[in-house]
Ligand binder design. Structure first.
Ligand code: AHR
Length: 500
């Protein structure tokens, strides 16, 4: 089948904020213990961080990592995780029915983030804690003052502040599963008041308010409006979370879920703008998709795990090839919303619904979803282009008019580079896609990276870590007379890199 794409140098959506390629480490499962941190592991460094994991993280180019939760944060006392390790208490973590040893806390995580060349997005506990606790943690992390919590940080060996810029006001406070879940009104009040105090400690920080835990929450829409109505001038970003699954084994609908994500983001942006208008405000509240991914493979196995173990191996989804294609489609949707989507966190980074897997004491490897994420973070930079795609469409059980071709173009003017991302959703037919390149005279194709020829359920494992990996293909593109013709095989992820 054939598809065509129109693009023009001056039709741009916005510069892409690289923070849309963020990720997430929660104190849960084996994300921290046995994931990023494992003293005694053959690859552990002097701080107990696994270097094999750090290497895989470095290749992903992650600009920001959310921490320490997630549901975990809503019952967390951050002061348990600071100071001498031998004095730190073990605690019940109600969110994940786990014993938390507190051997890693915020100082260790900030150290890890430096080694991983990434920033920290810190979440505060607005479940069981409140304003004072939120204010104190900002002082501990960011203040240079001669006051209690800044001095405590110094006493713990960190003379210089961590300077954490992005702070989440709690996590999924609309969900009954959250310790200290709240009504929209209750949350709106505490988020606003805690946010005010946090900004009074450090007015350079940016605040992310909890939006809905998913598009399908019964309070979706009204929740966001109520929270913004209360704290519009305090809040900088409204969050949204979304996971998809294919429990029904309906692949065509599954890889079309990015269409729902597109609508979800647009609706949250509209709600932000509705409240902006209502308040006659000059400021824009932007959006942060601070949890997103595929999550369903591990649901059954998790029910069998023993409670109160440390580092219970929770949410260890093994990702397959169709998951990688959906992740690729979701990333393109995010680029398309570059004007208002300023942050996003692939949830999560290591072992817990993650692109990187480890064996405790053993190997580390990349899952299928690692690759589209890595490509987007590396090459999806510069401006997101406003393209017009004409693709054959089909209906699935869940969605109508699903284009077979999902594509996006980014343009890095400074470096004279551009990247075409494309997924062919058809399971059996190649797409010949024509990109109108008349406005990009002198550009030539540097590389066509592809993931194709795999079964939908193919996976990578510790024993077979390179089963589903990208390759550079040749003879698949032709650039002639201002037209780039690309062969996109059935069921494939494609990255076509051009430069002048
Ligand atoms: O990422 C796993 C969990 O999903 C997070 O703890 C929570 O915020 C969401 O429900």
């Amino acid at each position: 089948m054939k598809a065509s794409v129109k693009l023009d140098k001056s039709y741009r959506i916005s510069k892409i904020d690289r923070r849309i390629y963020g990720s997430f480490i929660e104190h849960m499962g084996r994300a921290v213990y046995g994931g990023i941190y494992e003293p005694g592991h053959p690859s552990a460094d002097e701080d107990g961080f696994r270097k094999d994991v750090l290497e895989l993280v470095a290749k992903l180019n992650v600009p920001i990592v959310r921490y320490p939760g997630g549901n975990f944060v809503s019952g967390y006392d951050w002061t348990d995780g600071i100071g001498p390790k031998e004095l730190r208490p073990k605690r019940l973590d109600l969110a994940w029915q786990t014993t938390e040893t507190n051997q890693v806390g915020l100082n260790e995580f900030c150290k890890w983030a430096k080694k991983a060349n990434t920033d920290v997005m810190m979440a505060v506990n607005l479940g069981t804690k409140g304003i004072e606790d939120a204010q104190n943690i900002v002082e501990y992390c960011n203040s240079k003052t001669d006051t209690k919590f800044a001095n405590l940080r110094r006493a713990h060996g960190f003379e210089e502040p961590h300077n954490i810029k992005v702070w989440c006001l709690g996590n999924e406070m609309d969900g009954s599963w959250q310790t200290g879940a709240k009504t929209a009104h209750e949350y709106a009040r505490i988020a606003h008041e805690a946010g005010k105090a946090m900004k009074w400690v450090d007015d350079s920080i940016e605040l992310v308010a909890c939006g809905s835990s998913s598009y399908y929450m019964p309070t979706f829409g009204e929740w966001e409006a109520a929270v913004l109505d209360e704290g519009y001038e305090t809040i900088d970003y409204m969050s949204l979370h979304q996971y998809y699954g294919n429990a029904e084994n309906d692949t065509p609908s599954f890889i079309a879920e990015s269409i729902a994500l597109d609508g979800f983001i647009s609706t949250v942006v509209s709600i932000c703008d509705y409240i902006k208008g209502k308040h006659h405000s000059k400021k824009n509240v932007n959006v942060s998709l601070d949890e997103w991914n595929v999550w369903y493979h591990s649901n059954e196995q998790d029910k069998k795990l023993e409670k109160w173990m440390t580092a219970r191996p929770l949410l260890e989804d093994v990702y397959n090839f169709e998951d990688a294609l959906l992740v690729g489609c979701m990333l393109m949707v995010m680029m398309r919303h570059a004007d208002r989507l300023k942050m996003a966190c692939l949830a999560q980074l290591v072992n817990v619904i993650a692109p990187i897997m480890t064996e405790t004491g053993g190997r580390a490897w990349a899952q299928t979803i690692y690759y589209p994420f890595m490509h987007a973070a590396k090459y999806g930079v510069g401006d997101a282009m406003h393209i017009i795609t004409d693709s054959p469409k089909h209906d699935t059980k869940k969605y109508t008019d699903v284009p077979y071709l999902e594509t996006m173009v980014t343009y890095n003017e400074e470096k004279s580079e551009m990247t075409i991302f494309a997924v062919n959703r058809s399971e059996d037919e190649e797409i010949i896609a024509e990109y109108d390149m008349r406005d990009f005279e002198g550009y030539t194709v540097d590389e066509h990276i592809q993931m194709a020829g795999h079964g939908a359920k193919d996976v990578n494992t510790a024993d077979d870590p390179y089963n589903v990996i990208p390759e550079t293909v040749t003879g698949t593109t032709e650039l002639d007379g201002g037209k780039l013709t690309a062969k996109l095989p059935a069921f494939s992820w494609n990255v076509i890199r051009l430069s002048k």
